[in-house]
Ligand binder design. Structure first.
Ligand SMILES: [Zn+2]
Length: 449
């Protein structure tokens, strides 16, 4: 890779040329065993869609919602301040798989297709000799890029859920024993509807007798958010109880997958990552059971737990990390070079204590954006919050701290300028440089798509 960087250090080339050349380096590296004696690790990444970081035991939740994930965390590293780059599924998962910010990859809705020239995490593994598979509840072509095998997950007994048991996944793993594999599992098991079987209701939500129904569906949430129901604190807690019951159920099923990996004798050779694409709203800013419509931390703070070869056990990382950092980290741990297009950074320097400056976090909801730098969070509409003093983002301090707001505004503008440059390289957009204000104004006028 250093050779490639040297060759192109002063010569501007298209991203796709760099990516293709990098691939040669990846394949060559695998052939020579990445300069290491250890075999390339298997990689399993599990996205529990809509999982808030603060409902995971390993991240400090007081309820025992995730015993199997917590066991994983004890064997690995937990990132306690991890952030998604978007508050909804399609842009967030694309950001994870392509290690690009949403406005660079341009995928905002289900069904939109990522530019096939953009290199993704599964593609790099695939082209390095890995078997690759996705068992997901995601639809559209976006998530097929780089996978040898795709399987739509659905639970026969629980509409809308993906995990019933993990036998179909186990079968694929068993067939992969002669090659390293990359496996992506995604499920909506903690996403609405909150409809856990009675056994899990008994564990987390027993003794509730209404007025909310036993299971909470989308239409119930809509009624609640429109203020049509007269609810008490107990009723609102019941919504959270059902969510926790769904999480416990999903964790239990994932435990069977972990057991299979252990019994297959590949546990020590397998990297396992548990994460989510965004969180969920439980009344912090007035709404329940929703995501997509804001950039508050109940939607952006997501779990990130990684264990396996090269990852320290029992470590808790408090520095800010980002979902776009997932892809380069996994590739580095597998001895592979991330493509030049990736915007995330390897997390190893963070857990090794070699990074003194905290990473900045940017998240996007179309032209609405946030920047987190140290203790401050700045919204592109001008609001500023002190996350140390006000972690739930209730008090805008932009008026009382105008100099900090100005610095953060300039910082966010810098990020956006870099995005637009990369849009040009990755997606062949127009050669323009705009601040977020200019971009927003032009969009409002209809000059930008
Ligand atoms: Zn989602």
């Amino acid at each position: 890779m250093s050779v490639i960087l040297h060759l192109f250090g002063t010569v501007k080339v298209s991203a796709r040329v760099v990516v293709r050349l990098c691939l040669c380096a990846f394949i060559a590296q695998l052939t020579v065993g990445c300069g290491q004696d250890a075999p390339p690790p298997n990689v399993i990444i599990i996205s529990l869609d809509t999982l808030r970081a603060d409902h995971v035991g390993a991240a400090g939740y007081e309820r025992d919602t995730t015993p199997n994930i917590d066991q994983l965390a004890e064997e690995g590293t937990t990132f306690l301040n991890n952030y998604s780059q978007a508050p909804n599924t399609a842009p967030s998962h694309t950001s994870i798989l392509a290690s690009l910010y949403p406005s660079v990859h341009g995928v905002y809705r289900h069904g939109q297709v990522l530019d096939p020239e953009v290199q993704t995490l599964p593609e790099v593994f695939q082209q390095a000799g890995y078997r690759t598979a996705a068992f997901t509840q995601l639809n559209g072509e976006t998530y097929k890029q780089g996978f040898d095998h795709t399987h739509f997950l659905e639970s026969p007994s629980n509409a809308g859920k993906g995990l019933e048991d993990t036998r179909v996944i186990q079968k694929w793993i068993s067939e992969s024993s002669d090659q390293p594999f990359f496996l992506f599992v995604h499920s909506y098991d903690v996403h609405l509807p909150y409809s856990p079987p009675q056994r899990f209701i008994d564990l987390f939500a027993s003794g509730y007798d209404g007025p909310l129904p036993v299971w909470i569906q989308r239409q119930d949430i809509n009624q609640i958010n429109r203020g049509e129901l007269d609810l008490t604190a107990r009723d609102y807690q019941y919504i959270v109880d059902l969510y926790d019951a769904e999480l416990y159920r999903a964790d239990e099923i994932l435990g069977t997958l972990f057991d299979h990996v252990r019994q297959a004798g590949i546990w020590d050779d397998t990297l396992i990552l548990v994460f989510s694409d965004h969180g969920e709203e439980f009344g912090e800013h007035g709404l329940y059971g929703r995501h997509t419509y804001s950039l508050y931390n109940e939607l952006l703070r997501t779990p990130l737990i990684l264990r396996g070869p090269g990852v320290p056990a029992g470590k808790k990382v408090t520095q800010p990390t980002r979902n776009i950092d997932i892809a380069p980290t996994l590739l580095r741990l597998a001895g592979l070079e991330p493509p030049e297009t990736f915007m995330g950074e390897d997390l190893q320097p963070v857990w090794k204590g070699r990074e003194q400056t905290p990473r900045e976090v940017v998240a996007e909801r179309r032209v609405d954006r946030i920047l987190i730098r140290d203790r401050y969070k700045y919204f592109s509409d001008g609001r500023l919050f002190d996350l140390h003093l006000d972690p739930t983002e209730q008090e805008d301090i932009a008026m009382t701290h105008p100099e900090i707001a100005q610095e953060m505004r300039e910082g966010l503008d810098g990020w956006i300028r870099s995005f637009i440059v990369l849009q040009k390289e990755v997606a062949s957009s127009d050669d323009i440089l705009l601040t977020w204000e200019e971009e927003k104004r032009l969009r409002a006028l209809g000059y930008l798509d």
